[in-house]
Design a binder for this molecule. Sequence first.
Ligand SMILES: [Zn+2]
Length: 597
Amino acid sequence: MVTTTDAFTTWTVPSLERRILDAIDIETPWQIVERFSKIVRLSGTPEERTAVDLLVARLDEWGIPYTLHEPMCFISHPGPTTLRLEGPDGRSFRAKTAAMGLSTDGEEISGELVYVPSDSGDQAGDVFSVGVSFGGQDVAGKIVMTEGFASPGKVTDVMAAGAIAGIFINAGQEIHEGICTSIWGTPDLDNQGRQPTIPVIAINNPSGQELIAAARAGGARVALSTQLETGWRTIPVLVAEIPGATVPDEFVLLHGHLDSWFEGVADNATGDATMLELARVFWDNRQDIARSLRVAWWSGHSHGRYAGSTWYADEFGIDLARNCVAQVNCDSPGARWVNTYNELSAMTETAPMVDAVITQTTGITPETERPPRAGDYSFNGVGLTGFYMLSSTMSQELRDEKGYYAVGGCGANIEWHTEGDLLEIADRDNLLRDLKVYAASLLRVLNASAVPFDFTRTTAEFRETLSRYQLAAGKHFDFGKAGSALDELDAALAALYAAAPVDAAPDDESARRFNFAQRRLARLLVPVNYSRAEAFYHDPALGVPELPDLHPAMAYGAAGDDVAKLGVLNAHLTRGQNRLVWALIQATETAQLATGR
Ligand SMILES: [Zn+2]
């Protein structure tokens, strides 16, 4: 179906796009992958700095301008961890502690072991957000053991239940590294109280099965110890800037993490190499690129819960709010065995562009989904629209065939966050394909006269969300005010997009006005859909449902006829609907002003 918005969401200049894609050379990025495959890149360490030096040497060689920032951030490096069953023939188990868990400084703590089953979801996006349900079981003062990764979702629940430690049974033979705090980036006054206060460890599945049997037999006690170096540390944040030839103040932020667990080849040496090659190609062609491209390599992702990107969002908050057209994340491209673009993160307004560019570039039809609360999406509070997080991935069929469980990167290779994420997990041909996807996607956003995002897709998503919430709320609450405000916004967007300046120059006044409106629409519509926090603050690293202020509508069923519960729910939703409607009204006015009405 051809809609009026297709004219600008699928915009391209085929000759320039072909030239950019042909300019991509896999040799240089592959050399970076090979060099990085021998460097363990823990945030803020001298070893990680050698990886920064490799990138900087290339930028210097090519003459690309860059800044190496060195902010002081809150970082946690896990150390040795022990776990044993207490008793006469109690044996020891291999274990790892999660970054930001409590350090016992090597001293053992012991307690009764209690097993609480839980599941982990089957998608990469579930890995960080799924929690634990205790079903009334009293675990206070005990050591809780459950399935899954030591994720913030599960650790938050285990702490809230009063457990003195958490043991997480990973799904396979290997133990995955991870970070367990729900604090996004460096703590502030509002969220510092959520710093984990219990030791958190992970074990492999065979150990877990043995301990489950011991727990079920009754009276099992375990002793465990952790050591972590958690504190304030200088980390590198490297940002290259390729100035646009026509409208340099408007910029696209391409970003990914430099730090890793172990050698981290597919997570994320391949992404670091991708960003370096994209910087080179766009620099070489800068005379033909309208907007500026900023390329950022963050440290602090794995050991500071996105500390680097969060620092950048804080430090450059106003610049991002005024001028950033979109943020594009680059994590785990070019892994081996990947054959789909399923589970591809993209905010709804970017989906038509993403769909067109991937289909045209690779012949593969992507499946886009709502970005999870993960992966350096540290800009939702500012209101940046964005696309991509993880990249190409194995099909579900292939994962099933291999017996793979869900992981949070590496194209679904289960070596993710383990000692096994080495050179063999990356693939040259797949990396080249992903490089082309990124290059074509960036080019369209950098050069389109009318920035190719369609916020009528977003309003359609809001309607769908509201109808689900209305169904759950029944007679108790009416989302009609939001519905009316959406009608007004849709009318204003239809007028705006009918007049999209597809053929104007990007610095023509009509394009400048249209693109200012597009940026402002994102500033208004992204936060209400992705954030409960005030602008410039950061939500916890826990799942955020669609239109989060209104999601409590799903709780009406459980409230029954309880007057107090209904009263509280109604008050919350009234306030939440006001926040949404006010954003929709401002978005409507933004679109109307840009169309001169
Ligand atoms: Zn990653």
